[in-house]
Design a protein around this ligand. Structure first.
Ligand SMILES: [Zn+2]
Length: 155
């Protein structure tokens, strides 16, 4: 029973940490390519704290770094690396703490969730996997979805 309590208590922290690594990797990749970043959001829901343009929200389900790069005047290869970098960070993070099963499972879940091709029409955004598929030409945008609406690239 104590094990389950430890899981319940540590899970939100671990998810937040995984989302942070993911978004931070997007940020570092953008920085390396000289792409300006105006904001980084970790989590969703009510605001936990904000430092400048960096925000942490209470619900560890998503995050974003903006503005999105899809519509920027950049080589496709660079755009692909920006979208891939978050997924790569989650995959590599597993190696940092292999003895923690929750950490490993959360890292792998982040890889799985972000490589899927998912569109969030209400938010006018998509998963990293969907942006990658779109850039590669293996996915067509749904009706009414404007990839250049100015919204951030998601999660
Ligand atoms: Zn991402």
């Amino acid at each position: 029973m104590q094990g389950w309590i430890a899981v319940a208590v540590s899970l939100p922290f671990i998810l937040h940490a995984q989302i942070f690594l993911h978004e931070f990797a997007h940020y570092v990749c953008r920085k390396a390519f000289g792409i300006p970043t105006q904001r980084m959001i970790i989590g969703s829901g009510p605001l936990m704290f904000r430092i400048g343009n960096f925000e942490v929200r209470w619900i560890p389900t998503s995050g974003s770094v903006g503005p999105g790069v899809y519509c920027m005047d950049l080589p496709i290869r660079r755009k692909l690396w920006v979208y891939r970098s978050g997924i790569l960070a989650n995959g590599l993070s597993v190696l940092l703490w292999v003895k923690n099963l929750i950490w490993v499972l959360c890292g792998l879940m982040m890889v799985w969730a972000n490589t899927r091709v998912v569109v969030f029409p209400a938010k006018q955004t998509m998963s990293d996997g969907a942006w990658i598929a779109l850039l590669r030409g293996s996915f067509r945008l749904p009706e009414g979805f404007d990839p250049c609406s100015g919204r951030d690239n998601n999660a």
